[in-house]
Design a protein around this ligand. Sequence first.
Ligand code: CU
Ligand code: ZN
Length: 186
Amino acid sequence: MIRSLSLFTAVTTMALLVGCENRTGPMQSMDTGTSSEDTADVTTAVCKLEPIGESGVEGSLEFKQDGETVIITGTVTGLEPGKHGFHVHQSGDLSDKQAGKSTGGHFNPDNNPHGKPSDEERHVGDLGNIQANDQGVAEVNIEDTVISLNGPKSIVGRAIVIHAGEDQFTQPTGDAGARVAFGVIE
Ligand code: CU
Ligand code: ZN
């Protein structure tokens, strides 16, 4: 293993040296495939929300990374009119179809208290509330600079969870009540 690694290093180094002498030559492509920094940033994601239990709540969301900002747009239907807690939860595990507990708690990599989206200290997943109209439809339009589609605060692979009640920003998780819809961000 060590021998093959050092052989690999030697070959790569030689390739880079050759590449430096001839930057337009075909050898230059050698270093693009081997560096992890070449992995393209994620710029978009989607989330299809499905009902938890018999809630009848469903919807779909789109996420767009624009610099430091993530823009979330979409529509959620089947809600009770009013405000509903809207969070990124830790795990994209949707196995608990009856209560949604499989998604775990709010995504909180910094071990902060629960908060409003505008709070300096908050769970990364604290996106506040969405508002449903009299028909039970919520048009989502959120911009947030704490969540990301890349790096340590990436929400990709985690879950959006919508609650029966309003996030009241109380500790530890806002008292937003039961989970009524969830989906994986992917
Ligand atoms: Cu939640
Ligand atoms: Zn929280």
